[in-house]
Design a protein around this ligand. Structure first.
Ligand code: HEM
Length: 233
């Protein structure tokens, strides 16, 4: 009985992990699309960044939902990992777990923690300065030089400046590689957890998952490298 209750609550947590995972994958796709604009057209990137950064629906409704999803996904991931470890008192090394679970599925917690560390750095780089300018200093204009209308928007300039340091670019690239591994297992696993993986779609889901898992981080790597090598002043 106790075992059944434990399993049920574990299934519930896995479904919630999957749902927040789907939401975060959708966020990643829109984040990549907007960031890609910084490579294609600085003006378009500036306009879209200003819209996203000042639109009340994005700022007051969507941004808190995103933050909640990120925190929830990480906390629940750690809880599930601890539960799994408890349920298997014999360590993996003695358990020949490799026979039926892939190396990556057992190490989702490690790739997850690397992504968490990346997010701390990323928030220090972009999100905190953005919150400071807009909501503490109260400058919602988005201008490079506040009060000087023809100075243009500041977003592209700020982004390029962040990718001057090879150390930061290196740290970002390492995190994006771990993101690829996390997504590669997470994509298929999320469909499995919500019961949407069947014998009919298993192979197609695996293929699509692999493409998503590598194309998205590769896109982020390309953006970081592009700005690193094209910054000219
Ligand atoms: C080269 C790659 C990337 C660049 C250039 C980039 C750029 C940015 C910028 C400029 C912001 C500030 C947006 C704002 O608040 O106005 C931001 C926020 C954010 N980024 Fe990234 N990002 C990259 C990769 C990633 C990745 C891989 C993740 C997730 C694993 C991520 C997660 C976030 C989150 C959660 C926020 C806060 C969202 C918000 O402000 O609503 N970013 N990023």
């Amino acid at each position: 009985m106790a075992k059944t209750t434990f399993r049920k609550s574990s299934v519930g947590k896995k479904v919630l992990m999957a749902l927040t995972g789907f939401f975060l994958m959708f966020f990643l796709l829109q984040h990549l699309t907007i960031n890609m604009l910084s490579v294609i057209s600085p003006d378009m990137f500036n306009d879209v960044s200003h819209f996203m950064g000042t639109n009340p629906i994005v700022q007051i409704a969507l941004q808190p939902v995103l933050m909640f999803a990120v925190i929830f996904h990480f906390i629940m991931g750690i809880v599930l990992d601890l539960q799994n470890r408890k349920a298997r008192p014999v360590g993996y090394a003695n358990n020949n777990a490799g026979a039926n679970t892939s190396w990556m599925s057992r190490n989702m917690i490690i790739s997850g923690l690397v992504i968490l560390a990346f997010l701390v750095l990323h928030f220090i780089d972009f999100w905190i300065p953005e919150m400071n300018v807009k909501y503490i200093q109260g400058d919602m204009s988005g201008l490079l030089e506040p009060g000087v209308a023809d100075s243009g928007y500041r977003y592209f300039e700020e982004l390029q400046h962040k990718f001057v340091s090879p150390i930061r670019v290196g740290a970002y690239v390492i995190a994006f590689v771990l993101l690829a591994l996390h997504l590669q297992h997470g994509f298929a696993s999320a469909f499995q957890s919500v019961g949407a993986r069947t014998n009919n779609n298993k192979t197609a889901l695996q293929k699509f998952g692999n493409i998503f898992a590598f194309a998205v981080p590769l896109g982020f790597i390309a953006i970081a490298l592009f700005h690193h090598f094209t910054y000219s002043h």
